[in-house]
Design a protein around this ligand. Structure first.
Ligand code: FAD
Length: 377
């Protein structure tokens, strides 16, 4: 029996669900959001908190990331949520890394228009206390990246949606099934006009046949965090090194990347085999988040490899030095991944229902902008 009424229902309280709830509420809908867990524990709180525009595919996806960035900063201005427009530094300690970065800057006017450019080693060291000075040749500075603290940001966005946009946010409520216009949940049956299914890593339960044909697999990532750094030490720009240039789509068209890939595959065979590239961000209370590795498959073993964690730390030491490097937390994160270059999966399994998934390693960066496009607000 249908007990309740809303215009739009959202399945999932991760960043994708929250972003679609915001977009639908801004359109004027009465929105209800169902999150199975008592608080979000998925990919959206397990990540670096990097709103990482600079790494996204050039063109439309980069622009989408910049729109998301604006939404993050708008929510931060309204709520006091910690979102630092720290920018980022791609550090180059080798000439082949310099070559890729220089080619990227030369061939990407959109990034240059937003202030991205090459800087000298001396200037990079002025911007970052954490950059390793020894052997530093130069860096690519990008001002567009924003550092949020996912464990705090995701709950804060949920509170903001309820308080500012009247979204009915229901934690501890599982969606059992959808048969339009009815959404059947553990919090009753709801009659709705639209549903956005943003169920993240649980992509099989609601529409198993649809997902079986989607080409999505799961990516497992190992992550670490230090304790609070001493004396209020601040990271400033988020950092990465050469392996990251092989990871992000932004650099796909750089012809100089082939030589870098060849050298890194030879020098860092274990890292390449385990999908390791290394990023460094900070949390609002001054801890440093470090990762990560990438393993792809439908089902993963639940165990963490100390060899992988050590390889991440070894590579971090090639481009950064931390005041207090002691690790206090280890975890794995999982996200659904499209392995063919698509940046999202959008499907309509029945009238009024839209599945939004497959944002891979860029959900924090792209969700708000994507939701505006999908919902049309
Ligand atoms: C280790 C790691 C590092 C990353 N770093 C970054 C980064 O720095 N920057 C960036 O842009 N991206 C990053 N990402 C990617 C980003 O975190 C993901 O793309 C994003 O969080 C996916 O959001 P989501 O809402 O789809 O999934 P989730 O956060 O997993 O949320 C899905 C939610 O749906 C709920 N759900 C599922 N089924 C139901 C149901 N039937 N009823 C009710 N609720 C249901 C689940 O409980 C879950 O809470 C990273 C990811 C990982 C794992």
């Amino acid at each position: 029996m249908t007990n309740y009424r809303a215009d739009t229902a959202i399945v999932g309280g991760g960043i994708v669900g929250l972003a679609h709830a915001l977009a639908a509420a801004k359109r004027g809908d009465r929105v209800v959001l169902f999150e199975r867990d008592d608080f979000s524990v998925g990919a959206s709180i397990r990540n670096f908190g990097m709103i990482w525009s600079i790494g996204q595919q050039r063109g439309e996806v980069y622009e989408r990331a910049l729109r998301s960035r604006e939404v993050w900063l708008e929510i931060a201005a309204k709520t006091g949520l910690w979102a630092v427009p720290s920018g980022s530094l791609h550090l180059a300690h080798e000439t082949d890394e310099m070559a890729v970065l220089e080619e990227f800057v030369a061939t990407t006017p959109a990034a240059r228009e937003h202030g991205t450019g090459m800087i000298t080693a001396k200037d990079a060291l002025k911007r970052s206390d954490a950059a390793r000075a020894d052997g530093l040749l130069g860096a690519m500075w990008s001002p567009t990246e924003v550092n949020v603290d996912p464990r705090r940001a995701i709950p804060a966005v949920a509170v903001y949606l309820a308080a500012e946009h009247g979204v009915d946010v229901r934690f501890g409520a599982t969606v059992r099934g959808i048969d339009m216009p009815t959404v059947s949940t553990t919090a009753g049956d709801w009659r709705v006009d639209n549903v956005y299914v943003c169920s993240g890593n649980d992509f099989e339960t609601l529409y198993p046949d649809v997902f079986a044909d989607s080409g999505m697999v799961r990516c497992k990532l190992q992550m670490m965090r230090t304790g609070v750094q001493p004396a209020g030490w601040q990271l400033g720009p988020m950092l990465c090194g050469g392996l990251t240039l092989l990871h992000y789509a932004a650099f796909d068209d750089c012809t100089s990347r082939a030589a870098l890939a060849e050298r890194l595959s030879e020098q860092y065979t274990f890292h390449r085999e385990n999908g390791i590239h290394v990023l460094l961000s900070q949390t609002s209370d001054g801890r440093l988040t470090i990762g990560d590795s990438h393993a792809y498959g439908k089902t993963h073993d639940p165990f963490e490899s100390q060899q992988i964690n050590q390889a991440v730390l070894d590579y971090l030491a090639t481009f950064a030095k931390l005041p207090d490097p002691q690790i206090t937390e280890y975890w794995s994160g999982y996200y659904p991944s499209l392995r063919d270059g698509r940046t999202e999966l959008l499907l309509t399994p029945e009238d009024g229902v839209t599945i939004v998934n497959g944002l891979g390693g860029a959900g924090m960066t792209l969700s708000f902008g994507l939701a505006q496009q999908v919902v049309g607000s």
